[in-house]
Design a protein around this ligand. Structure first.
Ligand SMILES: [Zn+2]
Length: 412
């Protein structure tokens, strides 16, 4: 995705330690817009005229009443990466071209809006030039609207697998360098009925790619908002997407490659379920079911597990993800607790039903007591606070105060 959000003050400030690779192959401050793929990106006066910079690869700083178009998810990803690795210099190489189908991202592929432009070949040339100054640690991908109703899902899967393999081959990347994708949105509505109709099919195709390709991850963008045009994400959503890309990247890179095979073998027969309790597409793989067990921390026999434990399974690896509300309800508890549950949320769904979510990341809660939530509302992020041996969700369902096995009740 090229990114078309309207810049706020934060988007126009440099980020210490984060630069972007401009179109003249020089490193510049990460001030939006960093992706300048089309003429309608940049600084515009209130009457719609574009302010032309003496240097075409730098946007004109906006004056009062001006609007800057072109915020994407990349800068947020870079900022969070820098926060996590404060000793590293972070370089962003924007290569997205708005409105392109996946075929434009094969060698020799053509930008349908500019037949002189070859998005894949240009991207490889630019990234190779940037590699002189550093190492590629991630590829971020958001694309697919242009394939809705035009590329069959099976063909999309084949093309996208080829895109990933080509980037890895042509840039000399190890397969452990994450290729992180995002789903399409759900705001296309009546204005773009073709995209609205076929977006779920493209999403399902991306999910198949994630499940079958080493170190390919897919994050959710279905709950994000448009900028008022039913087509482009608004600025807050671009930031949220950047954060989701970063969290997926971090989760993928925190699993040692040698542990993957052991993990797959260990959980080969574990129950799994598709559920809206997890934000990102995939299944909840149950690492510890509801019922009697030997407690993983105390070792106590015959302890009773009042909920079930699990994490996101993308078909190849267990991952952290956002934690979402089981059903509509009202939040009764949401706090960074010091007890065994750690950072936890409880929701009253009425009719005697209560759901509980334990061990979330401290400081990650998006809801507070008294908030109303819908099915799938993001509550916070998976973590390992409280009595937990690793990142996972403990999900508990109670009816009239009695815990019940949640597995059959959370499928969607
Ligand atoms: Zn548990």
């Amino acid at each position: 995705m090229a990114g078309r959000g309207y810049a706020g003050p934060d988007d126009l400030a440099p980020v210490p330690g984060v630069k972007h690779f401009a179109r003249d192959n020089s490193w510049r401050e990460a001030i939006e817009p960093i992706t300048k793929d089309r003429p309608f990106v940049g600084t515009f006066a209130a009457d719609g005229t574009k302010r032309v910079s003496p240097d075409p690869w730098d946007a004109v700083p906006p004056g009062a009443g001006d609007r800057v178009v072109g915020v994407g998810p990349g800068r947020t990803f870079g900022r969070l990466l820098r926060d996590a690795f404060p000793d590293e210099e972070i370089g962003l190489v924007p290569v997205a071209v708005g409105g392109t189908p996946v075929a434009a991202w094969l060698p020799g592929g053509i930008d349908p809006f500019d037949s002189e432009n070859h998005p894949y070949d240009n991207a490889v040339a630019r990234i190779r030039a940037a590699q002189a100054d550093g190492e590629v640690c991630a590829i971020l991908w958001h694309q697919g609207e242009g394939d809705c109703g035009r590329t069959a899902p099976d063909a999309y899967v084949e093309s996208l697998r080829t895109v990933i393999a080509n980037f890895r081959r042509d840039l000399g990347l190890a397969e452990t360098v994450p290729f992180v994708m995002g789903t399409l949105a759900r705001f296309y509505g009546d204005k773009y009925p073709r995209i609205a109709e076929f977006a779920p099919g493209i999403d399902a195709a991306m999910e198949r790619v994630a499940a079958s390709t080493p170190y390919a991850g897919l994050v959710c963008a279905r709950d994000l908002c448009d900028r008022g045009d039913s087509l482009h994400f608004d600025t807050a959503s671009q930031h949220a997407l950047g954060e989701r890309y970063f969290r997926m990247w971090r989760s993928m890179t925190s699993v040692p490659p040698e542990r993957l095979a052991a993990q797959a073998a260990k959980y080969r027969d574990a129950p799994r379920v598709r559920t809206r309790v997890l934000l990102d597409p995939g299944e909840l793989l149950v690492t510890s079911p509801f019922g009697p067990r030997r407690h993983p921390v105390t070792g106590e026999e015959d302890s009773f597990h009042a909920g079930m434990d699990g994490a996101l399974w993308n078909g190849r690896m267990l991952l952290e993800t956002g934690i979402c509300a089981w059903k509509r309800g009202v939040v009764t508890e949401a706090a960074d607790g010091a007890g065994p549950a750690g950072t936890a949320v409880s929701i009253d769904h009425g009719g005697g039903w209560v759901s509980r979510y334990f061990h979330l990341e401290a400081g990650s809660l998006r809801v507070g007591p008294g908030d109303g939530v819908e099915e799938g509302t993001l509550l916070g992020w998976m973590g390992k606070t409280g009595r937990a041996t690793g990142e996972h969700l403990h999900f508990q369902l109670e009816r009239d105060g009695v815990p019940v096995d949640p597995l059959p009740l959370i499928a969607r």
